[in-house]
Design a protein around this ligand. Structure first.
Ligand code: 5AD
Ligand code: SF4
Length: 489
């Protein structure tokens, strides 16, 4: 039977709420007082003190799933330190941004945003910038936005309790920026899981690949893996909470090295898939250089491992791959694809592609287009190359105009759309297991996802919509390039 994920036992307690906000506390106050008027004033005063002293925070997250899950851990840590999460900046004492700097002018967007909140600073609020922009810009943030009190990259989050204590004692320029060479990971029991149907588990932090276009090794620091027993303990806790889907996270999960030396990545994957109660396991992101055949064997052997692999290729040209320092060729990549395609059940493939990398010729781009046709992905995330601070590609001559990059991206996405139109229509008439993610009330459809990660929107005869996290068998009656349509059977 499906159990609705319960809230993590660890993240509910809030010491301030306990002290000032509960009915029990007010009841005690009333009983001690013999005078009605006094009693009223006392309650009122206590409420005022409570509001003035209650620690509240607002957190906004940008970027990838790693950031989304980091935020779950940050929220849990703050709650454990007595903070209460609120829905708007206006209601918060502490405003936090968990930032991303992978593409575009992310740092500029953060500064623009901070500028918008200048007026809130006058209301006595404190500000913190977390994540990749924080790590990248460091102390410069204090110069450009002097009302910011805390700047911390993800490698320093395990020091958050200490940084929060300093913030509370009135310090104004607190940094967590010097931990990128650490061997430690941010492990906490106090994860405030926000996703109602998917439990995230970080298995590896940082990245040692140094692809020439990428900021991640500079912002998230060196690669460090958790122990398999700690990952498995977390998987069991998640299952106990009622989650049936787990997603293992890392910038490059394939270079996972068990701190205890017990399991390879494929073995860990298989063990997580065997945790009682777990019905779906996903993992992201894979790196073609480190992707091993035993991962496909694990998917073959363990039915709970989802039939989907996200394997970013970035370019179909070996020449460009070399410039990108990806450490594999087109042929190497296609060999891994052939392993995946030879699996016992059809495994859906998705990828990331960068167009307009410095020096990418029209012929290189044609190689990428040919690769699309050969692999027949079910989903492609296409990006225009964007120069990033500190990266080696910054010094390469970026001679491709913005207009040409946009043109290549459009050509690529148009072609991919047609590939997906064909791929998705192959499901017509099939019955697929769908995990419910939510509702689309305007269309009267339930929204969910197949094990292959394909969005499926379906109608069901039951008067009450199925809960997020529950499963339905759906007959596919329609197919679009990015989603399937069906009816529950
Ligand atoms: N420019 C464009 N795309 C990038 N990515 C990473 N860095 C850059 C960059 N500088 C893309 C890659 C990666 C995905 C997460 O973001 O395709 O796989
Ligand atoms: Fe960036 Fe490459 Fe590491 Fe991925 S593998 S995070 S693209 S450096």
């Amino acid at each position: 039977m499906h159990r609705q994920p319960s809230r993590d036992r660890e993240h509910i307690p809030c010491s301030n709420r306990r002290l000032y906000g509960t009915d029990e506390f007010f009841a005690v106050t009333v009983m001690q007082s013999g005078n009605r008027g006094f009693r009223f004033n006392l309650r009122h005063d206590i409420l005022k003190i409570a509001m003035a002293t209650e620690k509240t925070f607002y957190l906004e997250t940008f970027g990838c799933q790693m950031n989304a899950h980091d935020s779950e851990k940050v929220i849990g840590t703050l709650q454990q330190q007595g903070y209460r999460q609120v829905e708007s900046e206006e209601d918060a004492g502490l405003i936090l941004y968990n930032t991303c700097s992978i593409r575009d002018k992310a740092e500029q967007k953060v500064f623009n945003r901070l500028n918008d909140y200048k007026k809130l600073h006058k209301a006595g609020k404190r500000f913190g910038v977390l994540g990749c922009v924080a790590q990248q810009e460091g102390g410069k943030i204090f110069e450009r936005a002097p009302y910011v009190s805390l700047v911390s990259g993800s490698a320093s989050y395990r020091k958050l309790p200490e940084m929060l204590a300093r913030l509370e004692s009135g310090e104004t320029r607190i940094t967590g920026l010097d931990d990128r060479q650490t061997d430690e990971t941010f492990e906490t029991e106090f994860t405030a899981r926000q996703n109602p149907y998917r439990g995230y588990i970080t298995i590896i932090e940082g990245c040692d690949k140094f692809c020439s276009y990428c900021v991640v090794p500079y912002t998230r620091g060196k690669e460090r893996s958790r122990s398999s027993s700690s990952v498995l303990a977390e998987a069991r806790r998640i299952a106990d909470m009622g989650y049936t889907e787990i997603q293992l996270l890392g910038q490059n999960v394939n270079s996972y090295r068990d701190a205890e030396g017990k399991s390879s990545f494929a073995e860990l994957l298989a063990s997580v898939g065997q945790v009682p109660g777990i019905r779906r396991v996903r993992f992201t992101t894979s790196h073609p250089r480190d992707f091993t055949r035993d991962i496909v064997e694990a998917i073959d052997a363990v039915p709970t491992l989802c039939d989907h692999v996200h394997l970013p290729v970035q370019s179909g040209s070996s020449r460009v791959l070399k410039l990108m320092a990806r450490e594999y060729t087109r042929e190497w990549y296609l060999e891994r694809i052939s392993w995946i395609k030879a699996a016992r059940r059809p495994i859906s493939l998705s990828t990331d592609i960068i167009v307009g990398f410095p020096g990418e010729t029209p012929d290189d781009f044609i190689e990428t287009m040919d690769l699309l046709a050969e692999v027949e992905y079910d989903c492609v995330f296409g990006f225009k190359y964007s120069a990033r601070p500190n990266t080696p590609a910054l010094t390469m001559i970026d001679s491709i105009s913005e207009a040409e990059k946009s043109h290549r991206l459009q050509v690529l996405l148009d072609r991919q759309r047609e590939i997906q139109r064909v791929n998705y229509s192959k499901h017509l008439g099939q019955i697929i297991e769908v995990m419910v993610e939510g509702m689309n009330p305007a269309r009267g459809q339930v929204a969910g996802r197949s094990s292959q990660n394909k969005p499926v929107n379906f109608t069901c005869a039951q008067p009450i919509a199925p809960a997020p996290g529950s499963y339905a068998q759906v007959r596919i009656t329609g197919a679009f390039p990015n989603s399937l349509v069906g009816e529950a059977v």
